[in-house]
Design a protein around this ligand. Structure first.
Ligand code: GAR
Length: 213
């Protein structure tokens, strides 16, 4: 059985969607960089080990990332899942987990990396917004795209309304991608995403996986 470690910084609703998806995976730990992350309580209630590696306790990014990697590696996960983990990572950290660390970002990448994605999509007059799951590389919110979900931007949409519409899709998309990984259908090889077998985009929003090459 594949093992996971999930990293969060806050609410943890994506983490919850993965924990509650009933995947046949061993979720070894949920780790937060913030002691007050609300998601930690949910993980504990589910009997999952939790840990905090508080970035404020370290003099710089490199020291924090090394401590975080030590904590993750104690659990020897097959996959590291960034679920609202709001830290810029050092190249050493990213390299260490190449091909076995994924992230979800609330935009149709490569548009709108960084923060305030929904406000920026509305301001830009986008007709579609969405979320992207990707393997993590050195670029901020970048790296080979595994799957995306698109939703419409409605007339007079507010940032909150659009965020909620996208988040509902994140909660479907992310467990699906994790399932592909644990079923050994998903891999990163030579910098490209490989996804084997049937992966049909389905209703409601348009959810589109990478196609194999
Ligand atoms: C999610 O919308 C996720 O896509 C986003 O943070 C939110 C976390 O919510 N991630 C990023 O912006 C990464 N750059 P959650 O804690 O409820 O899962």
């Amino acid at each position: 059985m594949k093992s996971l470690v999930i990293l969060i910084s806050g609410r943890g609703s994506n983490m919850r969607s993965i924990v509650d998806a009933g995947l046949s995976a061993d979720i070894r730990a949920v780790i937060s960089n913030r002691p007050d992350a609300a998601g930690l309580a949910h993980a504990r209630e589910r009997g999952i080990a939790t840990a905090v590696v508080d970035h404020m306790a370290f003099p710089d990014r490199a020291h924090f990332d090394r401590a975080l990697a030590r904590e993750i590696d104690r659990h020897a996960p097959d996959l590291v899942v960034l679920a609202g983990f709001m830290r810029i990572l050092t190249p050493e950290f990213v390299d260490h987990y190449r091909g076995r660390m994924i992230n979800i970002h609330p935009s149709l990448l490569p548009a709108f990396t960084g923060l305030h994605t929904h406000r920026r999509a509305i301001e830009a007059g986008c007709r579609l917004a969405g979320a992207t799951v990707h393997f993590v590389t050195g670029e901020l919110d970048g790296g080979p795209i595994i799957a995306q979900a698109a939703v419409p931007v409605l007339q007079d949409d507010t940032e909150d309304a659009l965020a909620a519409r996208v988040l509902a899709q994140e909660h479907i998309l992310y467990p699906q991608v994790v399932r592909w990984f644990i079923d050994e259908r998903l891999a990163l090889r030579d910098g490209r995403v490989h996804l084997h077998g049937e992966a049909t985009p389905s209703s409601a929003a348009l959810r589109v996986p990478a196609t194999d090459v």
